[in-house]
Design a protein around this ligand. Sequence first.
Ligand code: NAP
Length: 289
Amino acid sequence: MQSSPSQPLAGRIALVTGASTGIGRVTARQLALQGAHVYLACRSEARTRPVIDEIQRLTGRAAAEWLELDLADSRSIRACASRFLDSGQPLHLLVNNAGLAGARGLTRDGFEMAFGVNHLGHFLLTDLLLERLKASAPARVVTVASRAHRRAPAIDWNAVRRPTRSLTGVREYAVSKLANVLFSAELARRLDGSGVSTYALHPGVVDTEVWRAVPGPLRPLLKLRGLLTPEEGARTTLHCALHAPASESGLYYARSAVTAPTDRACDFRLAAELWRRSAEWVADIGQYR
Ligand SMILES: NC(=O)c1ccc[n+]([C@@H]2O[C@H](COP(=O)([O-])OP(=O)(O)OC[C@H]3O[C@@H](n4cnc5c(N)ncnc54)[C@H](OP(=O)(O)O)[C@@H]3O)[C@@H](O)[C@H]2O)c1
């Protein structure tokens, strides 16, 4: 199908993780309204079905479908990637949006919950889809990070393999979001010249379900400033997906503009080490599960 000014994404295929609610839901809807066919990679079909129905109603076509994905379980991630790859479809846009804050414990693969879901799960998913992205170039990988990465002074390689320690999970969330920014930058370096560009972003402080697992009395402390609506919160993701120049690959965005992350998030040696360790971890998990 030819793209047109009102349907710039006609004929394009997108995959959005965590599209059952919040920022991901709006992102998936807007991409479909602009003509894309969108895979909603989510853990619950029951929670995703209303989004698919809404997209069908708004676009008048079967523009969205559910792909089962639990980012806390590498088996589910591998199955999700296989199902997508088996469809034979190209992949023009991967939006690594899913995320949690305040959930405590370990993933099925034995990683701290926030790090495992927010970073390592997306690392594995992206890796499994990478050849298809390259074959579909020009393509993009957009990773929804957070300005919370500013609270992470470093990555403790032992702590990411232990259950969540802090009461609120906010400290571990910050580390996972630092990992998101480092991952996106390292991915850009590795994809240089491939036609696949990458973007990490802070969506703003958005009124979504993201804090649902933080103990109730502490939640107001995390939401002191004015909250954006999910529609406003999806704007920077959509900017990166649609408008950010390929020459800005690897950079970090807030309010739809390139923004400086912390010095730590710009540390290319740390980014390379995170990549190396993540690749080893997912290879190990692949052997034992
Ligand atoms: N809201 C904010 O103020 C804010 C600020 C900075 C960054 N962010 C980031 O924005 C992104 C979207 O968050 P949101 O605010 O829209 O939160 P949300 O409303 O809680 O949505 C999060 C999405 O992630 C999914 N998810 C959680 N754990 C998952 C898992 N193990 N496997 C697969 N999917 C999983 C959820 O699925 P279920 O429906 O199954 O639970 C949901 O679809 C996150 O990466 C978050 O860190 C948000």
